[in-house]
Design a protein around this ligand. Structure first.
Ligand SMILES: NC(=O)C1=CN([C@@H]2O[C@H](COP(=O)(O)OP(=O)(O)OC[C@H]3O[C@@H](n4cnc5c(N)ncnc54)[C@H](OP(=O)(O)O)[C@@H]3O)[C@@H](O)[C@H]2O)[C@@H](O)CC1
Ligand SMILES: Nc1ncnc2c1ncn2[C@@H]1O[C@H](COP(=O)(O)OP(=O)(O)O)[C@@H](O)[C@H]1O
Length: 461
């Protein structure tokens, strides 16, 4: 990216940054502000914002990590406004005594974690009672992937410019950003450069399948659920609970947990045999609580309709059969399942979610929804924009909530949504349902399923 020293974009960025700092401080006059300034434009933003705060009466000190290479015009502006600049020797003490620390060490030009000279300052910022504001991105996180290799600065607030970067949206980096505030600087990224996209209420509202006057239960789509086992009958019940609220006109269940399903949901069309004998469906969900029986997975994969593979199904599915399918396939692993499919450790998947979801989508020629603290959806082949779910909540980390998601998403598939839309809409409604269900207290997977209609109503406005 070209450097934009004294350009209008940097001035807009600095103005937005200074305004956010002032909001956080409450009273600017007399406050102690410390700027951590690296060698690039990110440091320039911090210096210009510092100058604005100094003009409003803050005591502003810039700690220069590369004294000979700090943004010259920014440094001059700070000095003119009455601020001062020092080297790193006194940096830790200054940070510890500050009211506000502005992290301008590195932004989108950063590579690798923090360098050795910056690490003690990150430690001091963590110890300090000062609020920490990151400029564009917390220094030390990978801007493009959300990976954190080494130390990174932890911010309370990140003021980002023009567009959200993947590093602000994907864990583990996301956890370093704190609250993210977007400042419009009049610069949008080119459409084909978009790496990540997030649906909003209006997008989801447009995708939700609604019955028309002439609809009947078959035209709305029938979803088949091949899930559960004598060991895990509850997974079948939870998948059906999600499926009944996903917009399909009927839910067929094929598997050994029919009695449990019918006892809880008498509206389910239960059949005793395997998926092949269950009657026509427009999409199948296979795998939740399935145990070790590979036969239903193979039967479902042979069907000429969209298939969602989850949980045990992911282990039991023949990769060649998945890759060879003509109809769409959607896989919904959590990090552990993704790790097993990729032959790496769970930690590697959690540390590199974006790369992992793309790799799986490429290997299986399938749409892949990677679950967890950040849920991502990649299109078959792994290229193009990945969708990140903005509604997730850690209250979802409860047994069985994934079964609800697979039923819900399968229902959306049966109702006619493309796999990418079904997956991202399913995750969106699922997260929202969990937020409604939790409202500050623990929830069960069943509570999540019961709140799906509320999430629909909320999205439709
Ligand atoms: N473009 C725009 O439209 C706008 C951009 N804006 C702003 O510019 C920022 C991007 O600026 P940028 O391109 O100058 O890069 P930047 O992040 O400051 O760092 C690069 C320097 O850091 C160094 N360095 C690298 N890794 C490092 C590490 N781990 N630890 C320490 N140092 C490390 C590396 O130097 P090296 O020492 O490797 O020679 C290199 O010189 C962007 O995030 C936003 O804030 C706004 O003004 C609004 C308009
Ligand atoms: N820390 C978290 N933050 C947000 N969502 C989470 C978190 N942990 C788990 N989830 C979500 O909870 C669900 C759990 O699914 P899964 O792991 O398949 O559980 P189970 O197999 O018990 O149903 C997924 O939708 C996942 O994205």
């Amino acid at each position: 990216m070209a450097r934009l020293p004294e350009g209008a974009l940097m001035q807009r960025a600095a103005a937005g940054l200074a305004a956010a700092c002032a909001d956080l401080l409450g009273r600017v006059y007399g406050s102690r502000v410390v700027l951590l300034v690296g060698s690039g434009d990110n440091g320039g933003d911090a210096l210009f914002a510092g100058a604005r705060l100094a003009r409003r009466g803050a005591g502003v000190t810039a700690v220069l990590l590369a004294p000979g290479r700090a943004h010259p015009a920014g440094l001059a502006a700070l000095r003119r406004a009455g601020g001062r600049a020092v080297g790193t020797a006194a940096g830790e003490e200054l940070v510890e005594k500050a009211d506000l620390v502005v992290d301008g060490i590195v932004g989108i030009g950063g590579t690798g974690g923090l360098r050795a000279e910056a690490e003690p300052l990150a430690g001091a910022a963590a110890r300090s009672r000062a609020a920490v504001v990151a400029v564009d991105l917390p220094s030390g996180v990978d801007p493009g992937t959300g990976e954190v290799r080494g130390t990174a600065l932890r911010a309370d607030l990140t003021v980002t410019f023009g567009t959200h970067k993947p590093g602000l949206l994907i864990d583990p980096a996301r956890a370093y950003a704190g609250v993210v505030r977007l400042v419009d600087i009049g610069l949008a990224p080119p459409r084909d450069a978009v790496e990540l996209e997030a649906l909003q209420h209006a997008d989801v509202a447009r995708l939700l399948p609604l019955p028309a006057a002439e609809s009947d239960k078959y035209r709305r789509g029938v979803v088949g659920i091949a899930a559960g086992s004598s060991r895990y009958p509850g997974a079948a019940v939870l998948a059906v609970a999600g499926a009944l609220r996903g917009g399909a006109g009927a839910v067929r269940y094929a598997g050994p947990a029919g009695d449990a399903v019918i006892a809880r949901f008498p509206e389910t069309l239960v059949s005793g045999g395997g998926p092949r004998r269950a009657g026509r469906v427009q999409a199948w969900v296979v795998g939740p609580g399935a145990g070790d029986d590979a036969a239903p997975v193979a039967e479902v994969l042979a069907a000429d309709v969209p298939v969602l593979i989850d949980a045990d199904g992911l282990r039991l599915a023949d990769p060649e059969a998945v890759r060879g399918r003509a109809a769409p396939t959607l896989m919904t692993p959590h990090a552990g399942e993704a790790a097993a499919l990729l032959g790496v450790s769970r930690e590697e998947v959690e540390g590199a979610r974006l790369a992992s979801v793309r790799e799986l989508a490429a290997r299986y020629a399938a749409t892949v929804l990677l679950k967890g603290s950040t849920t991502l959806v990649a299109a078959p082949g792994g290229a193009g924009a990945v969708r990140v779910n903005p509604t997730g909540t850690s209250w979802l980390a409860t047994a069985g909530s994934g079964d609800v998601l697979s039923g819900l998403t399968g229902s959306l598939l049966a109702a006619g949504l493309r796999p990418m839309d079904a997956a991202s809409t399913g995750a969106y409604l699922h997260g929202l349902s969990a937020r409604f269900a939790a409202d500050g207290a623990p929830v069960s997977a069943h509570d999540v399923a019961e709140n799906i209609p509320r999430a629909w109503r909320e999205v439709r406005g």
